[in-house]
Design a binder for this molecule. Structure first.
Ligand code: ACO
Length: 436
């Protein structure tokens, strides 16, 4: 960050002295006011629930321009990455800052491929779960448990440990997600196959059985790879901030990533794709496209508590660029599978059309986000709805690790410790039991 040639002055109407604060420029995006000395100089905190105006760190990984609807990984537009890279090259880019050359790409693919198996004991750990447990509950447990299985990569302050943990997490997440799925449906686990691509291997571990060969469809393989790319990182969102905060205590990398998975599960974050597909299915059950108008009235009624899932975003106040790419993939997958007339896709398009023209959505700048179409693609591939957020977690793992590494390497890194505006009881004396 670069010191700006102007300062911010904070003045008070109660006669307290004004305070000058430095301002910094990033490479792009809004300037920030450095308030670190505010408490020391004034005895006051800032108040910003939900971090609406707070930059909690400096980062060089992902940049979002919410008004333009632009997303850059290490400077490269998401559209160019989606068209020119596979997911593992994207991982390399996020972790290392540069796009790999041919040799670096081959080495990285090989490194990840040769770490896809999990310790055989993981199977017995998995067996402790109910078969009907939600996959996100299972994944949170499995990822946390990796620290117990891989003792040689649990020191977050050791760059080598962090590197090994990063490769293990990227490599093993597909295996764990597929194992959680197979366990739920009572089928045997499929071991990874090294000759397949990252996404092709995942498809086989999910949908193959030991009884026959599984043929990977290149269209579905590409679609899944794109889902992974589009979800790989998204700067300081709730789960990434959770990983940073959790990791800031010096906990081990697997534990920090498990915390991110737990956060991602919520319907306002990664759980939105599951919630969005459930919403589409509910409207379909009510009567489909003919009921869209009625549903939209409920969405606009503040008292109904109904939201249009897959719409709106804290940062994007324009079309989420990932939603456009996902819609393209949706068309490709549905036509490959002969599902062009899929009623849920028709319903989603109709909802989008109405929402983009409706004053309620226009005024609030609510546009489709990535989850609006990703659920339809995943459902068409055959992924069960309750595993959607698990797929998101698989893809986002690299972003979490890249952000965690960046934080640990930042000389300004400190344990995260927000302050509060206290509104509870001031000091009082404990009454005798008889007077309570
Ligand atoms: N449907 C209906 N109204 C909405 C929606 C929606 N999906 N999203 C926001 N609004 C309305 C709010 O009610 C509010 O209206 P008001 O100003 O009249 O009170 C206004 O738009 C602003 O919304 P906020 O909730 O203040 O926006 P915030 O930035 O806090 O929330 C969020 C963003 C959580 C994503 C929200 O838009 C939402 O809940 N969307 C649906 C869930 C979803 O799709 N989440 C996925 C996010 S992307 C991701 O995690 C990959």
């Amino acid at each position: 960050m670069k010191l700006a040639d102007y300062k911010a002055t904070l003045s008070f109407s109660n006669g307290s002295p004004a305070m000058e604060m430095p301002v910094y420029h990033g490479s792009i995006g809004p300037d920030v006011i450095d308030i670190r000395k505010l408490y020391g100089q004034t005895g006051m905190f800032t108040y910003d629930p939900g971090f609406l105006s707070t930059a909690a760190c400096q980062s060089a990984i992902t940049y979002i321009d919410g008004d333009k609807g632009e997303l850059l990984y290490r400077g490269y537009p998401i559209e160019q990455i989606a068209q020119n890279c596979d997911y593992l090259d994207t991982c390399y880019l996020l972790l290392n800052g540069e796009i790999p050359n041919e040799k670096e790409s081959q080495d990285f693919h090989k490194l990840v491929t040769y770490h896809t198996m999990v310790n055989e004991q993981m199977q017995f750990f998995l067996r402790g779960f109910r078969r009907d447990a939600h996959p996100m509950a299972v994944l949170t447990g499995l990822i946390g448990a990796l620290s117990a299985f891989y003792h040689d990569s649990t020191d977050i302050n050791n760059p080598e440990h962090r590197h090994i943990a990063a490769i293990r997490l990227i490599a093993k997440l597909p295996t764990l997600v597929a194992m959680a799925y197979k366990y739920g449906i009572g089928q045997p686990y499929m071991y990874p196959r090294n000759e397949l691509s990252y996404s092709g291997n995942f498809l086989r571990m999910m949908f193959g059985t030991p009884c026959e060969d599984y043929k990977v469809s290149p269209v579905l393989e590409r679609a899944l790879d794109r889902i992974f790319i589009l979800h790989a990182d998204h700067e300081q969102n709730a789960s990434t901030s959770t990983v940073r905060l959790c990791g800031s205590s010096g906990t081990n990398p697997f534990a920090a990533i498990a915390a991110g998975v737990a956060c991602l599960w919520g319907p306002a974050h990664g759980g939105a794709n599951e919630a969005c597909l459930n919403m589409l299915e509910d409207i379909q059950a009510m009567g489909g496209v003919s009921k869209v108008g009625e549903f939209m009235e409920k969405v606009k009624d503040k008292n109904s508590g109904v939201k249009l899932m897959g719409f709106g975003h804290r940062v994007y106040k324009n079309y989420d660029p990932r939603a456009k790419l996902m819609q393209e993939t949706c068309n490709e997958v549905l036509s490959e599978l002969g599902l062009e007339k899929d009623p849920l896709f028709a319903l989603a398009k109709q909802l989008e059309k109405i929402a983009l023209e409706d004053d309620y959505f226009v005024q609030r700048k609510l546009y489709p986000n990535v989850d609006f179409y990703s659920g339809i693609v995943q459902r068409a591939i055959g992924i069960p709805v309750n595993l959607f957020t698990g797929i998101f977690a698989l893809a986002r793992t690299v972003g979490w690790i890249a952000q965690l590494n960046e934080m640990i390497g930042d000389p300004e890194y400190k344990i995260g410790r927000p302050r509060q505006l206290f509104t509870g009881a001031a000091r009082r004396d404990m009454p005798q039991v008889a007077k309570r």
